[in-house]
Design a protein around this ligand. Structure first.
Ligand SMILES: Cc1cc2nc3c(=O)[nH]c(=O)nc-3n(C[C@H](O)[C@H](O)[C@H](O)COP(=O)(O)OP(=O)(O)OC[C@H]3O[C@@H](n4cnc5c(N)ncnc54)[C@H](O)[C@@H]3O)c2cc1C
Length: 410
């Protein structure tokens, strides 16, 4: 059996695992990344698209921001639409120049895989039967089958970056984790369409028939979402029916509506809020979706994954360079503070913009009043703006050996 040793074994090559691997590499620390899917599957998986200012700055400072600066679409504002009218919130003006950038998660992952490959450090795709063991010892192991061989990686630490359905969180003994969860009575039907975006900025809509979101992936590709029941069979939605419903919910009184085009991808995603605490068991550290899930309305999931591993990289760097354990011990608390703020924001965006099956007329009028207040009060718009572009980071870039070069993105 091939046996390897490494400082940090990373399970999962999503945004969390790949960013962590690169941050460790930049600090001269060794890691092995083990991913159970193929390279193509990981890159083609259509998911997030909205990057906070801090995530953009991090990618840039890590030296993996070239694709982002060429193809990322910087948005200085967004629209909230209700009762047939769009209202613009100027994110940049309200936050001293911060913005969000639309850049597909698949592009983020592609850039990070290219960077990883360039370092020549190990990254195993299509690893079967991945498991973690020795979690009560000082030398935990990752085991997997790759090609025709069984592998064992002996690690100082394991980073569980294997998403919500991974194996790391369930490997923690019963009774250690406290789970906080909320499952929403709706999901999102999402499409990618070959249509030029008809707005330069995102449009979040609350319509009588439910939530809808207009977004984009590039100057030629529109990304749209509809609120549907969580178990809605996607096969029951013809392309014509999807466009009818999109246009019904999104068209505004001034005639604005999405451009129609060929639908090239569609699917339904259920929505949940989930937090497992603490995000650590001995030398196993959970990061990203492995530890927490937010409903996508606030566009926080990938961004939280990035901020978790920044905190973890700082702690590992301090451990190896100075023998300092405090930041490892504080990892979970530092991350969970941001996670819970993002949970609150995502829950608020979700409950304000979706129609619940058991809502009353009072509930709906309260939603309208909430949106009316939001779009007419500078204080309320500022609150949304500072959370949407991302609250200040928990740790500095300098603490992981990076310099902040955010002005390059401006
Ligand atoms: C429709 C939708 C829209 C979204 N929009 C946004 C948005 O605009 N902004 C935003 O910030 N977030 C958004 N998100 C959330 C975002 O996609 C996730 O939060 C993000 O992918 C989390 O990254 P991660 O690396 O923690 O987990 P993942 O991306 O899930 O990566 C985990 C990796 O681990 C691998 N893995 C799983 N099990 C194993 C195993 N046993 N062994 C080895 N590897 C394993 C998986 O294949 C995967 O590659 C959205 C999500 C959805 C579904």
């Amino acid at each position: 059996m091939p046996a390897h040793t490494t400082q940090v074994g990373i399970v999962g090559a999503g945004p969390a695992g790949l960013i962590l691997g690169h941050l460790l590499h930049l600090n001269g620390l060794d890691s092995v990344i083990v991913e159970n899917r193929s390279r193509e599957y990981v890159i083609d998986r259509v998911r997030a698209g909205v990057l906070e200012q801090g995530t953009v700055d991090l990618m840039t400072a890590m030296g993996v921001g070239q694709g982002l600066s060429q193809a990322g679409l910087r948005h200085d504002g967004l629209y909230i639409s209700f009762q047939g009218q769009r209202h613009r919130i100027d994110l940049a003006e309200l936050t001293g120049g911060k913005a969000i950038t639309v850049y597909g998660q698949n592009e983020v992952v592609r850039d990070l895989i290219d960077a990883r490959t360039g370092t020549k450090r190990p990254l195993y795709f299509e690893a079967d039967n991945v498991s973690v063991g020795g979690l009560d010892s000082d030398n935990p192991v990752i085991r997997f089958r790759h090609g025709d061989a069984d592998h064992e990686v002996r690690c100082d630490f394991i980073a569980g970056c294997d998403g919500f359905h991974g194996i790391c969180r369930p490997s923690i003994p019963d009774g250690v984790l406290t789970i906080s969860e909320r499952v929403y009575p709706f999901g999102w039907l999402g499409i990618l369409a070959e249509a030029a975006p008809s707005s330069d900025e995102l449009v979040y809509t609350l319509h009588e028939r439910g939530f809808a979101l207009f977004s984009m992936r590039s100057p030629k590709i529109t990304r749209l979402y509809l609120q549907v029941p969580p178990d809605e069979p996607i096969d029951e939605w013809s392309d014509d029916a999807i466009w009818d419903e999109m246009l019904t919910r999104m068209t505004t009184r001034d005639g604005w509506r999405p451009n129609i085009g060929r639908i090239v991808q569609k699917g339904v995603t259920p929505m949940r809020s989930f937090v497992a605490a603490p995000m650590r068991y001995n030398r196993l550290f959970l990061a990203g979706d492995a530890a927490h899930i937010v409903p996508p309305t606030g566009a926080k999931g990938l961004n939280l994954a990035a901020s978790d591993v920044l905190v973890l990289a700082r702690a590992l760097k301090a451990f190896y360079e100075q023998g300092r354990r405090t930041w490892l011990d504080e990892y979970s608390d530092v991350c969970l503070r941001r996670v819970w703020r993002a949970q609150r924001f995502s829950w608020w965006m979700t409950s304000t913009l979706h129609r619940s099956p058991d809502e009353t007329a009072f509930d709906h009028q309260r939603q309208i009043a909430d949106l009316d207040y939001l779009t007419s009060s500078i204080a309320a718009m500022t609150s949304l703006a500072e959370q949407y572009v991302g609250l200040p980071g928990e740790v500095s870039f300098e603490s992981v050996g990076l310099t902040r070069r955010q002005e390059e993105q401006r």
